[in-house]
Design a protein around this ligand. Structure first.
Ligand SMILES: [Zn+2]
Length: 69
């Protein structure tokens, strides 16, 4: 089953969610921190380039594989 990275728009918390079904809308993903259903899916595409940076996340600077597991 696919794991997706989500980021809470409410508090900015980033987390991984195991998505059971492809039909689950992002709005149904609940932030484990603030419990708000206001998360957006993070597209972890390695092709994203914003000018030579190796960071695959937009602006947070966090490692994509920070120890949540
Ligand atoms: Zn949150």
């Amino acid at each position: 089953m696919p794991m997706f990275d989500y980021r809470c728009r409410n508090c900015g918390h980033e987390f991984e969610e195991l998505v059971i079904s492809w039909t689950v809308p992002d709005a149904d993903i609940t932030c484990p921190d603030c419990k708000q259903n206001d998360s957006e899916k993070q597209i972890s595409a390695p092709m994203v380039s914003t000018g030579g940076s190796t960071s695959s996340l937009s602006s947070s600077g966090c490692s994509p594989s920070s120890g949540f597991s």
